[in-house]
Design a protein around this ligand. Structure first.
Ligand code: COA
Length: 126
């Protein structure tokens, strides 16, 4: 809510979805620093061999220090342990270089709008 709704102005009713309904609806990860939440993300099953990573967010004061990379590595390791072969995500275009640095590749050149923000779909073999 802090990053996507307050900072990026995504409407709260778009931000919350069926995977927020219960803690077991998705795999949610919270990364804390000195006991305080610093970053979060989740994944769901997209296809039997593919996990979809979503809601990747690092709180503003913690950005640019490797926290997002650590979060992604933890999510990917967890998805692999759950038996997934691929990680897929819809990247905001401004974050595409971040995901590319982690080994993600665009699955098609087209961009699309989600909550009014341009995105590209990316994928990585775990
Ligand atoms: N452009 C280019 N490279 C970037 C980048 C950007 N916007 N953001 C990060 N990187 C690179 C870093 O330079 C670093 O490269 P290195 O490993 O070669 O040094 C690598 O990506 C990891 O960076 P890191 O410090 O772990 O990233 P972060 O903690 O700042 O997290 C986001 C990145 C995108 C998760 C964070 O900026 C964020 O939460 N943004 C707001 C929410 C958001 O846009 N989420 C993505 C929705 S799809």
């Amino acid at each position: 809510m802090e990053v996507f709704v307050e900072e990026q102005k995504v409407p709260a009713d778009l931000e919350m979805d069926e995977y927020d309904a219960s803690p077991s609806a998705a795999k949610h990860l919270l990364l804390s620093i000195d006991g305080a939440p610093a970053a979060t993300g989740r994944f769901i099953e997209y296809k039997p061999d593919t996990a979809k990573l979503q809601r990747i967010a690092v709180r503003l004061p913690h950005r640019g220090q490797g926290v997002g990379k650590a979060l992604m590595q933890a999510l990917e390791g967890w998805a692999k342990d759950e038996g997934f072969t691929y990680a897929l995500l819809d990247a905001q275009c401004q974050a595409e270089p971040f995901y590319r640095s982690l080994g993600y590749e665009k699955t098609s050149p087209e961009t699309f709008l989600d909550a009014g923000i341009p995105h590209v779909r990316m994928r990585k073999r775990l």
